[in-house]
Design a protein. Structure first.
Lengths: 356, 377, 101
């Protein structure tokens, strides 16, 4: 029997991420910032090199026998499992439905995989599952297939959930991070940093008396209205989850090779969230959102898109927050409230609250 | 938000900027020693709005950055102990020691927790009688009252499983050390508003007198910094020295007396090494002898710690304003916030880190372009 | 140093052991804060909070001074006279030539 050669493209390949730099995975590799980018581009892309993946959008857009499908996956490892405004279940559904919507797709079906830790209370599992059922029903998406695994006690955080969604992209919709071009406007569907702060408010060691609810929501109906109104004039859609608005825009600027200018005065933010960020020393631009959407659109479509968003509860505070420019490609700049200018850099590691 | 939004008004900011524009008859070097002020200046882009004659130097105002490497290694060694719950403010968690940082100790299974107040650490000690709770007490005078209270309460409540690792530093001795150095360039100071809320500003009067230098106690909102800078500039142009108080809404000359009284009971003034500068006499706090049982350095024997600073780091020159971060050969390449070589890159308020993240737009653009070109080669 | 955030005192709980605690609101978020260092503070007043402790009260009168200063600057500008003297402080600044670097 002849020896099978090792897969040619992986033969002799050592880990592309210099082991001297990061011999082991750090929390920051999942944070949505520079290190995440490094892991994805430096390690995964090196192995899975293909033109669809290269786009590194929220989901993949596939041409299958004449139809265009949006295909996306997301895993949820959140702690605490239950938080004001939702739980890991509703988050898992909204997260994947939104990722499909960010490709311009109408979500049709999803799968869900559970990794359960031995000892996890059945009552909680039922609560989470009911929550997922409710969320998927509201989104008109069926959970059509799934998988369950159980790991030893201590090897999981109660439950991890993976959801994968599939949707259909109608004609006249062309979403791609590379479509952002100078002159386009950046539209944000509402107030930032709500989810991240709501989560922090429940985490150990941090107690706020006022209940801030996560903004986790199904964005598809709002996105559908936007696409109906503006069609091809919508160039990029992105939901700014981990790493916040700053990270999402940095990624887009990088991929499209354009610069982005934001105006601090236009960025919607709630009083309480602002107060919380002040006390915690967090920059709201880097805090996670779960029910917000960025849209980069043709300049003359800006107002229409804002209007379309405002027609939905999820887009009540929609506003134009910036524009795409030719200068400083790959960089996001912010005009501060007092007229100064600063760079909104990519997150280095996990954003940690500061005291200084 | 009251007492916040008014101080961020653009029209008023412009007013100060315009007033400053025509004023300087020569160039001046101003220094602020406060990480919070560095943060506001760069986040609001104030440094780019000031007249070019004003050179704003970001002094050693970040207590995280000036914490000696050896103490960070000590903290890491203590945190690694299985019986310890190591608590700290967020800023310190990512500061690298010689070979690890507190976050990686956590990744390896150590119990390292972030707290927002030293009282949270005390609460943890109450709740975990079988564990040793250690709190990393880092800060300027602003944080000392809080840390003093935690130790005081621990003593009163007889909480024996609580201790602090103390790295408190004081501003006036640092100012004197900077002003007294033969290569000093600084001609005017913005004093840290919250340090002065606690300590008052009477300590600065003899310094202003001795060095004939204007010192303006300044707040943290953009308008505060603009007004503070304006006042300092006016004083310099008019040849005046002395202490003025821009942040009068929070600062009085004598400061917070109840806070000072408790600090007096808990701490004594000692010599301290400042990372990037060197030892400065009588520039820090340590626990008083009668409370030394709460000193984590005494409680935990961690053996010899010898920490090696990178020879490439020019922190001393940066902190004194003799060089700007981008003038360092390692800036942005071998020395980045992810992999800092020295003090000013270590926390986001450090001069080099602040510069790296927010400032010098043109530099960042050309650096990224160069790196992109490299990748495509 | 240092992150001091202004908040409004909405509740005071005198502590039998002398460590007064209270609830402070920061734009709607309320948090428990130690008020031991601002023993005279009353509900409705504003404080500066740092790591869970109020370190000073915000003097409303003084708070307005920044804007009075600005107003004076504006008025004098219109009259085209030299700028106003610097904001008042409790001790008179010295005079004479500033030492050259």
């Amino acid at each position: 029997m002849t020896d099978q050669p090792a897969h040619p493209s992986l033969a002799g390949l050592s880990c592309p991420i210099p082991l001297t730099d990061y011999p082991s995975v750090q929390l920051a590799h999942g944070g949505g910032g520079r290190l995440s980018q490094m892991l994805i581009e430096g390690l995964f892309l090196e192995a899975f090199d293909n033109p669809v993946l290269e786009l590194l959008h929220d989901g993949a857009i596939l041409q299958v026998d004449g139809a265009r499908l949006a295909f996306s996956t997301d895993s949820f490892v959140i702690s605490p499992l239950f938080f004001p405004g939702g739980d890991i279940g509703s988050l898992a559904v909204h997260g994947t439905v939104n990722d499909v919507a960010m490709c311009g797709g109408r979500p049709v079906a999803m799968s869900t995989g559970y990794i359960l830790e031995e000892g996890f209370p059945m009552e909680d599992l039922w609560r989470i599952t009911r929550s997922m059922e409710e969320a998927s029903r509201e989104a008109s998406v069926s959970v059509v297939t799934g998988d369950t695994k159980v790991v030893d006690r201590g090897k999981g955080d109660g439950v991890y959930i993976n959801t994968t969604g599939i949707g259909v992209i109608p004609a006249g919709v062309e979403i791609s991070p590379r479509r952002a071009r100078p002159g386009d406007l950046v539209v944000l569907s509402g107030a930032i940093a709500v989810h991240g702060i709501a989560i922090m408010s429940v985490r150990e060691g941090l107690e706020f008396e006022t209940q801030l609810e996560s903004d986790s929501a199904n964005l598809y109906p709002m996105v559908a209205s936007v696409l109906e109104r503006a069609g091809e004039r919508v160039h990029v859609l992105r939901d700014p989850t981990r790493g916040g608005v700053a990270s999402a825009l940095n990624e887009i600027a990088g991929k499209a090779g354009v610069g982005i200018r934001l105006d601090e005065r236009s960025i919607p933010i709630g009083e309480e969230v602002r107060g919380a960020c002040e006390i915690l020393g967090l920059d709201p631009l880097y805090v996670a959102n779960e029910g917000k959407c960025l849209a980069i659109v043709d300049r003359e479509a800006g107002e229409e898109v804002v209007e379309a968003m405002r027609g939905h509860a999820t887009g009540g505070a929609a506003a134009i927050v910036g524009e795409i420019v030719e200068e400083h490609p790959g960089k996001v700049l912010l005009r501060s409230r007092i007229g100064g200018m600063r760079v909104v850099d990519m997150l280095s590691g996990e954003q940690l609250p500061r005291i200084c | 938000m009251k007492f916040v939004d008014e101080y961020r008004d653009e029209a008023d900011a412009v007013r100060f900027i315009e007033a400053m524009r025509g004023l300087p008859t020569r160039s001046w070097n101003l220094m602020e020693i406060c990480g919070g002020q560095t943060h506001t200046i760069i986040k609001s882009g104030i440094d780019r709005l000031l007249p070019p004659e004003i050179n704003m130097v970001h002094g050693p105002g970040c207590p995280v950055c000036v914490t000696p490497l050896e103490l960070i290694d000590r903290a890491i060694a203590i945190a690694r102990r299985p019986e310890v719950i190591f608590t700290s403010f967020g800023d310190m968690l990512r500061v690298p020691g010689s070979s690890a940082d507190l976050l990686s100790v956590k990744a390896d299974g150590g119990d390292v927790r972030m707290v927002y107040s030293p009282l949270d650490a005390l609460t943890l000690a109450h709740a975990n009688p079988g564990k040793q709770v250690v709190f990393f007490a880092v800060g300027f005078e602003t944080t000392a009252p809080a840390n003093a209270m935690a130790v005081w309460r621990a003593a009163q409540e007889e909480v024996e499983n609580f201790s602090i690792l103390c790295s408190h530093v004081l501003v006036p001795p640092a100012m004197e050390a900077l002003l007294g150095a033969p290569d000093n360039l600084v001609q005017g100071f913005l004093a840290a508003g919250h340090v002065c809320s606690v300590m008052g500003y009477w300590e600065y009067e003899p310094i202003a007198e001795r060095y004939r230098i204007p010192i303006v106690v300044t707040g943290f909102e953009p308008l505060d910094l603009l007004q503070g800078t304006y006042m300092t500039l006016r004083a310099l142009e008019e040849g005046r020295w002395g202490v003025e108080n821009q942040y009068a809404r929070s600062v009085t000359r004598e400061g917070n007396v109840p806070a000072q009284q408790l600090m007096e009971k808990v701490f004594q003034v000692v010599d301290r090494p400042w990372r990037g500068i060197g030892p400065i006499p009588m520039s820090g706090y340590a626990l008083r002898a009668e409370l030394s049982r709460f000193d984590a350095e005494r409680r935990f024997e961690v053996g010899d710690i010898s920490a090696q600073e990178s020879p490439e780091c020019i922190a001393g020159e940066i902190l004194k304003g003799l060089k700007k971060p981008h003038e360092c050969s390692a800036f942005g390449t071998r020395c980045t916030p992810e992999r800092p070589l020295g003090a000013p890159m270590v926390s986001s308020e450090g001069a080099c880190a602040a510069y790296y993240h927010y400032g010098r737009i043109e530099e960042l653009i050309s650096r990224d372009a160069a790196q992109a070109a490299e990748r495509h080669d | 140093m240092c992150l001091g955030v202004r908040g409004k005192v909405i509740q005071i709980d005198p502590d039998p052991l002398g460590m007064h605690m209270g609830k402070v609101s920061f734009g709607g978020i309320t948090k428990e804060v130690c008020l031991a260092y601002t023993p005279e503070v009353e509900v409705g007043e504003y404080v500066i909070v740092h790591v869970g402790f109020a370190i000073s009260t915000v003097d409303e009168e003084e708070a307005a001074r920044v804007f009075e200063f600005l107003r004076e600057m504006n008025e004098l500008d219109e009259l085209d006279v030299p700028q106003p003297a610097t904001a008042p402080s409790e001790d008179a600044p010295g005079s004479g030539e500033v030492a050259a670097p």
